[in-house]
Design a protein around this ligand. Structure first.
Ligand code: GH3
Ligand code: MG
Ligand code: MG
Ligand code: MG
Ligand code: MG
Length: 299
């Protein structure tokens, strides 16, 4: 972790730096003027700040207030290390958001101990953040196929509908359902069924553009949101996907004769339709595709 120190007295600054660097996780950088500090503050990875109060070109407490108003540092650990011993001043500094307040001359053992505690807290916060990221990923990803799960897909669809409404841009939605998938499971087993779903996901993905949104709604049902795409464009894409799935062959020798097909319903979003209505339309069209013999695109 990176510590940035602002202290105009070089001897004092070096001492603070040495205390900080005696903690193995901390790497410290010393600035002797506020303007130098401001420049170095631009670095993206500063975890901890130590401020002196009396500076030739600024005052620690004011700098502290400014840092607390900066969203990048509103929660960062900030130490105020100052020769000012007045109680009123100490309260001011704490009220301005100082994490720690240390009087100069400070006790090296005390500063080091406090820095060590803060380093442990920074580490714990980091781990928590990573864990949150991991959980977020889990909560939005379908475990089998790695694409968006139902919840995340519906969130994205909602966003795309808002965007299309706002900019009056076209938007289309497709619902895809694998044909007679139950018989795939019954004939080849559930784990082969799973592999088929993964293969189909790959095939669809290869046809999509970066701005398309693809999710698994559940079982063998998928949906695609096509931004900036009218019904005509969506039909063309859906037809290509249908052909690709029909042409799919698995490596497994059992699959030499095996074919899988899917039916797709396509609907264009119209102003005033909410995401659920939009999906509902595509779903009804999909039903028609099933009724008309499967392995086809309806719109
Ligand atoms: P249709 O052409 O009318 O869509 O027929 P279908 O057999 O595909 O439709 P149905 O809804 O009756 O069956 C869906 C099957 O999908 C039943 C279920 O066991 C299977 N299934 C759902 N989720 C999974 C999964 O994650 N893995 C596997 N292997 N099978 C699944
Ligand atoms: Mg000073
Ligand atoms: Mg189904
Ligand atoms: Mg069904
Ligand atoms: Mg099906």
């Amino acid at each position: 972790m990176k510590a940035l120190i602002l202290e105009d007295n070089e001897t004092m600054g070096s001492l603070v730096k040495r205390c900080a660097e005696s903690i193995p996780e901390i790497e410290a950088d010393l600035c002797t003027t506020y303007s130098e500090f401001q420049q170095k503050l631009e670095a993206p990875d500063i975890d901890l700040i130590l401020l002196d109060h009396y500076l030739p070109d600024g005052e620690g407490v004011e700098i502290l207030r400014a840092l607390r108003n900066n969203p990048r540092f509103d929660n960062a650990p900030i130490f105020l290390v100052t020769a000012e011993t007045d109680r009123q001043f100490r309260l001011q500094a704490l009220q301005a958001g100082a994490t720690e307040f240390l009087e100069k001359p400070f006790d090296v053992v005390e500063l080091t101990a406090r820095l060590k505690n803060i380093a442990a807290m920074i580490k714990a916060t980091r781990e928590l953040r990573q864990e949150i990221g991991r959980l977020q990923e889990m909560a939005t990803t379908d475990a089998l196929t790695g694409i968006l799960n139902r919840r995340a897909y519906l969130d994205r669809l909602e966003l795309e509908v808002q965007r299309a409404t706002r900019f009056k841009h076209p938007l289309s939605v497709a619902m895809l359902d694998v044909d007679h998938f139950k018989s795939v499971n019954d004939t080849y087993g559930h784990s082969t069924g799973d592999r088929v779903l993964v293969k189909i996901t790959e095939v669809v993905r290869n046809r999509l553009r970066g701005i398309d949104v693809f999710g698994r709604l559940g079982g063998e049902e998928f949906s695609i949101t096509m931004a900036e795409t009218n019904l005509r464009g969506a039909r063309v894409l859906a037809e290509r996907i249908r052909e690709d799935i029909e042409a799919l062959r698995l490596d497994d020798p059992d699959f030499a004769r095996f074919r899988v097909t899917a039916s797709i319903g396509v609907a264009e979003w119209k102003s005033g339709l909410d995401p659920a209505q939009c999906l509902d339309r595509a779903d009804r069209v999909l039903y028609r595709a099933k009724q008309s013999g499967r392995n086809r695109v309806e719109f």
